[in-house]
Design a protein around this ligand. Structure first.
Ligand code: UDP
Length: 191
């Protein structure tokens, strides 16, 4: 059952359950969209019915932030814990390394996704990575989409900032098995 915060349906999924859900989706090649719902995104969705409808179609929506956990509790439907984008990634990478997942890192300023991917792969050498920065021109998009498609990612991480990354994922649902909007996570991974 999901908890509704400002109309956004949040899953009662712990970090461990979220990781297992994503692992299973990749093993079974089930197209999956994961949203880490932070307060900014929830407020944006509260003011934008289209965004709210999109997010409510995602297969997994995690409570990204202590304020979201707190709000769910106040509404009478406690969620186990906060599941942020960066924590979720750190928890997924060991499995990604073991299982040689193909991960496409899309987003952040030029050089940042490259460095983030390099550091992640150094730590988890099984991962096969590819990157693209998030400041491309509209006319470059078709070529980027083609590159992602050819790479056939198990996991596509989209760090374009919320809610742009959510609209972006919703517009391109078939590029990867699992899609996750990760906000500024590459900046953290690269730093
Ligand atoms: N970003 C991008 N392209 C843009 C605008 C932003 O790739 O046109 C990136 C930015 O470099 C940063 C991330 O999107 O890495 C947004 O991070 P922020 O912390 O602002 O977003 P949040 O984590 O709050 O969603």
């Amino acid at each position: 059952m999901r908890v509704e915060v400002l109309g956004v349906k949040i899953d009662k999924s712990s970090m461990r359950e979220s990781v297992e859900y994503i692992q299973r989706a990749i093993e079974r090649k089930e197209k999956t969209w994961v949203v880490t719902a932070n307060p900014e995104l929830i407020f944006a969705a509260g003011a934008d019915a289209r965004l709210k409808q999109l997010i409510n179609r995602a297969q997994l929506v995690t409570p990204d932030g202590i304020g979201v956990v707190w709000a769910a509790k106040r509404l009478g439907y406690p969620v186990p814990e906060r599941v942020t984008g960066i924590d979720l990634l750190e928890a997924l990478f060991p499995a990604a390394g073991e299982n040689k997942w193909r991960i496409f890192f899309l987003g952040s300023k030029p050089g940042v996704a490259d460095l983030a991917a390099k550091k992640v792969i150094e730590k988890h050498p099984g991962i096969i990575g590819e990157t693209q920065h998030g400041y491309f021109e509209p006319e470059e998009q078709a070529e980027i989409l083609e590159r992602i498609r050819k790479f056939q990612p198990d996991l596509l991480l989209v760090g374009l900032g919320a809610p742009r990354q959510e609209f972006w994922i919703a517009s391109h649902p078939d590029l990867a098995t699992v899609n996750i909007g990760v906000g500024g996570s590459f900046d953290a991974l690269a730093g």
